[in-house]
Design a protein around this ligand. Structure first.
Ligand code: C5P
Length: 403
C-alpha cells in the first residue's frame, strides 16, 4: 500500500442520503494511504450513519453542530474550513447542493463549505429524477463554474428501485479523485503552474465580437496533466465548450486584457504555459450600442492587444522560472518559431503547423516541435492529451533538475 496521501487532511462532509454508509469505507481507504480524515455531518446524515462509527474509523472528533460551545473552544468553524487540503462532500445530496449553490450557511456543513478556500470535491448521490431535475443541474453548473470538482454519480440500480444516474461513486473512485485533485505524490507536488487556454474574444459591440477557432483542447489538457503530476494549477481560459479539468482552479475570461490581468494575479508560479490563442488585435473602441445597418459597411479600426507570453517572460523578479509558449504557424514553422522564441523571451516554444490540412485547430491530434535556445526536437504526431502529458513530464524533469 502506498502512502500517496501522507500528511494530507481530508475534511469529509456527509449529508443525509442512503449512500452515507459508503463513507465508512472511504475513511478507511484514505487512512490506509496515510491521510487523515475529519468528518462533519448534517443533521439528516445522523439518520443514516452514526457519529460514533465515523469517530471510531477516523479517530477524530466528529462535528455536527454550528453553535457548539466545546467545538468553538477547541477549534472554530472557520479554522475547520482552513485546515484541510481538500473538502469532500459525500454523499452530496440534492438538498445540500442547492444550499451550496445558494450560498446558504445555516448549519455547520454549509458554513464550512462557504468559508473554505480549499478544493471541493462533490460525490453526488440522489434519486435519478432528482438528479435530472432542471434545478439540480442548474445548481451543479453553478458549483462547477465556481471550480468545484465532481466524481460520479454512476448509473445503476438505485436503493429506491429505479435505474439511472444518481448512485454515489464507489469509495475507491472517490479516493482516486481525491488523489488526482491533490496530485498526490507527483513530481510537481509543491509547485505552482499557470496555463492559458482557449481563444480570447474581443467585443465589437454588445452582440458581436472577434474570435478565433481555438478549442482550448491543448491548453486544458496541459493544465490537467500538470495537476496530475501534483502542481497546484491555475487555468486562465477564454470561452470554450470544455469541462473544467479536475483538480485545476479555472479562471474564466473573455478578452486578452482580462486574460493578462488574471495571469498577473496568479503570480508567482514556477511555470507558465501560454497555450491560449490570444487575439492579436481588438476593436479600438467597442460600441456600447449595437451597430445598426445603414447601407454602408462599417470600418472596424483595430488596436494591438498586450502580449501575455512576452509580459510573463519579462516579469522581472516575478518571472516564472520556466516560461513556455506555442507558435501556431501555417508556413516556415521552425524559422518563425525560432524568431518568436527570441522576440518573446520565453524559454521553450512548441511550434505547430495549424494550416487547415493538418486538422490541428479544433482537432484531437497535434504535431509539435520543441524549440529552445539550443535545441530543435520534432515530436511525432500524437493526441493533444499525449502531447500534454509529455510536456508536463518535461516540465517536471526541468524543475526537478533545477531544485
Ligand atoms: O505571436 P504569436 O501570437 O504567434 O505567439 C504565440 C504565443 O504567444 C502563444 O504562446 C500565445 O499564447 C502567446 N500570446 C500571448 N499573448 C498575445 C499573443 C500571443 O500570450 N497577445
Amino acid at each position: 500500500m502506498t502512502d500517496t496521501l501522507a500528511g494530507k487532511q481530508v475534511l469529509l462532509v456527509i449529508a443525509g442520503g442512503i449512500a452515507a454508509y459508503k463513507t465508512l469505507e472511504l475513511i478507511r481507504r484514505v487512512r490506509e494511504r496515510g491521510g487523515a480524515v475529519r468528518c462533519i455531518m448534517t443533521k439528516a446524515a445522523e439518520q443514516f450513519v452514526t457519529p460514533l462509527s465515523l469517530a471510531a474509523l477516523s479517530e477524530q472528533k466528529v462535528h455536527t453542530a454550528l453553535f457548539s460551545l466545546t467545538d468553538e473552544a477547541e477549534m472554530g468553524h472557520i479554522q475547520l474550513s482552513r485546515d484541510p487540503d481538500i473538502v469532500v462532500v459525500a454523499p452530496a445530496t440534492a438538498d445540500l447542493l442547492a444550499r451550496m449553490a445558494g450560498g446558504l450557511a445555516g448549519d455547520l456543513a454549509t458554513t464550512v463549505l462557504l468559508a473554505t478556500d480549499k478544493p471541493i470535491l462533490l460525490a453526488p448521490a440522489m434519486n435519478v429524477r432528482m438528479w435530472n431535475a432542471t434545478a439540480t443541474q442548474a445548481n451543479l453548473s453553478k458549483l462547477r463554474a465556481r471550480g468545484m470538482q465532481m466524481v460520479g454519480p454512476n448509473e445503476g440500480d438505485m436503493a429506491c428501485g429505479e435505474y439511472g444516474p444518481g448512485r454515489m461513486a464507489e469509495p475507491l473512485e472517490i479516493l482516486d479523485a481525491i488523489e488526482r485533485t491533490l496530485g498526490a505524490g507527483g513530481p510537481l507536488q509543491g509547485r505552482h503552474a499557470l496555463v492559458t487556454s482557449g481563444p480570447t474574444i474581443e467585443p465589437i459591440d454588445p452582440v458581436r465580437y472577434l474570435a478565433n477557432r481555438s478549442s482550448g483542447r491543448q491548453g486544458h489538457a496541459i493544465a490537467a496533466a500538470l495537476s496530475r503530476l501534483g502542481a497546484a494549477t491555475v487555468l486562465v481560459s477564454g470561452p470554450t465548450q470544455l469541462p473544467d479539468p479536475s483538480g485545476v482552479r479555472v479562471v474564466g475570461v473573455e478578452t486578452a486584457r482580462e486574460m493578462l490581468a488574471a495571469c498577473e494575479a496568479a503570480l508567482p508560479v514556477d511555470v507558465a504555459v501560454c497555450s491560449a490563442a490570444v487575439a492579436d488585435w481588438r476593436p479600438a473602441t467597442a460600441s456600447d450600442e449595437k451597430i445598426k445597418k445603414n447601407g454602408a459597411s462599417p470600418a472596424i479600426a483595430l488596436t494591438e492587444n498586450p502580449d501575455i507570453l512576452q509580459t510573463l517572460s519579462q516579469a522581472g523578479n516575478r518571472r516564472p522560472s520556466l516560461v513556455i509558449g506555442f507558435a501556431a504557424e501555417t508556413e516556415k514553422v521552425e524559422a518563425h518559431a525560432k524568431a518568436k522564441l527570441a522576440r518573446k523571451g520565453c524559454d521553450w516554444l512548441f511550434a505547430n503547423d495549424v494550416s487547415a490540412a493538418t486538422g490541428t485547430m479544433g482537432g484531437t491530434n497535434n504535431t509539435v516541435t520543441l524549440i529552445t535556445e539550443d535545441r530543435v526536437e520534432a515530436w511525432p504526431k500524437m493526441t493533444k492529451d499525449d502531447v500534454a502529458t509529455q510536456i508536463a513530464e518535461r516540465i517536471a524533469d526541468h524543475l526537478g533538475a533545477a531544485k
